[in-house]
Ligand binder design. Structure first.
Ligand code: COA
Length: 331
């Protein structure tokens, strides 16, 4: 048994105030509230204010997680921000957060694994705790997807939303904390979900802007098929890694992409929906932020209690997937 067992010491999230409902979308794209609710389960999503960037959402979630953990920013050794909507190419959003928090002793970097990013961050951050190199690591999933989605494209424009969630990792009691982790990728599916331009392959130009290549492109049908299969596979791998089975899980916190994907994963794993955390109806798909936001809400509402065993599963562009089994022993 590792004497530096890594676990979550504090959690927080931040959701921007502005609500965009399906009815609002009806006014700007050829869609309907009924269609969106039936195909995705989404009723509304949040959108960052004009003066809010990803680092602002991330900083607020981080402050709440630090308060929940009862530690000061100067105690942080490392900040990892999982995002696909950084404020800019560089400096990293993690460095911007480090400065906002005045986390003067922390290293900082961003991590890109799209909607799997938070669980990837959990995996990376927990390694530093387990080796004993670091005592406190802040892992944040934060996105301002409203800035890279095409508000005129009904194939993608109704799915995404903005928000941030954060956890403080540290040493927890033996038998508690992160019991299992599984990460995976399949780059051959990279074209299914992407933003083509603005990088070194297709630098920003008048042509890329005219062709709307700075917005999210998604092959919804293929991503859906991938998601339904990978959610179950990834969950089973993390359970195997933790030497547990689905019957040991008290609460399932899946990536909030689409209610139909969540329901099919729950069915395959044998979870009644009462065990599944769902908030996609309120926030849409907030990519790397979706799991920590859902986890925070489940903890704060008392749905996840001390001693519960929980399962997190994310999937997304890359393609990537990531899962983790955690024994919740906080507080
Ligand atoms: N409003 C109204 N009609 C729409 C629409 C919208 N927002 N989007 C698509 N349609 C239309 C299509 O044009 C199509 O019309 P047609 O039959 O006349 O061509 C019809 O509805 C069916 O479209 P289709 O793409 O087959 O729908 P779908 O059942 O696959 O649902 C998604 C589309 C995007 C909701 C679904 O594929 C999905 O959720 N995929 C996974 C996305 C995801 O999770 N991405 C994030 C991964 S991290």
């Amino acid at each position: 048994m590792n004497k530096n067992q890594a676990g979550i010491l504090g959690i927080g999230s931040y959701i921007p105030e502005k609500i965009v409902t399906n009815k609002d979308l009806e006014k700007i794209m050829n869609t309907s509230d009924e269609w969106i609710v039936e195909r995705t389960g989404i009723h509304e999503r949040r959108v960052a204010a004009d003066d809010q960037a990803t680092s602002d959402l991330a900083t607020e979630a981080a402050r709440r997680a630090l308060e929940d953990a009862g530690i000061g920013p100067d105690e942080l050794d490392l900040i990892i921000v999982a995002t696909v909507t950084p404020d800019m190419s560089f400096p990293s959003t993690a460095c911007l957060v480090q400065n906002n928090l005045k986390a003067v002793n922390a290293a900082a970097f961003d991590l890109t694994a799209v909607c799997s990013g938070f669980v990837y961050g959990l995996a990376v951050g927990s390694q530093f705790i387990q080796t004993g190199l670091y005592k406190k690591v802040l892992v944040i999933g934060a996105e301002a997807l409203s800035r890279i989605m095409d508000w005129t494209d009904r194939n993608t424009g109704m799915i995404f939303g903005d928000g941030a969630g954060a956890v403080v990792l540290g040493v927890t009691s033996p038998g508690c904390g992160i019991l299992g982790i599984h990460l995976g990728s399949d780059g051959s599916g990279g074209d299914l979900l992407k933003v083509s331009a603005g990088g070194s392959r297709l630098p920003a130009s008048l042509d890329t802007v005219a062709k709307r290549q700075h917005f999210i492109y998604m092959n919804g049908k293929e991503v859906f098929k991938f998601a339904v299969k990978i959610m179950g596979d990834a969950a089973n791998k993390a359970l195997e890694n933790a030497k547990l089975t689905a019957a040991d899980i008290d609460c399932f916190v899946p990536h909030q992409a689409n209610i139909r994907i969540v329901q099919s994963a729950a069915k395959r794993l044998g979870f009644p929906m009462e065990k599944v955390v769902v908030n996609v109806d309120k926030y849409g798909n907030t990519s790397a932020a979706s799991i920590p936001i859902a986890l925070d809400e489940a903890v704060k509402s008392g749905r996840i209690k001390n001693g519960n065993t929980i399962l997190l599963v994310g999937f997304g562009g890359g393609l990537t997937w990531a899962s983790s089994v955690i024994k919740w022993c906080k507080g």
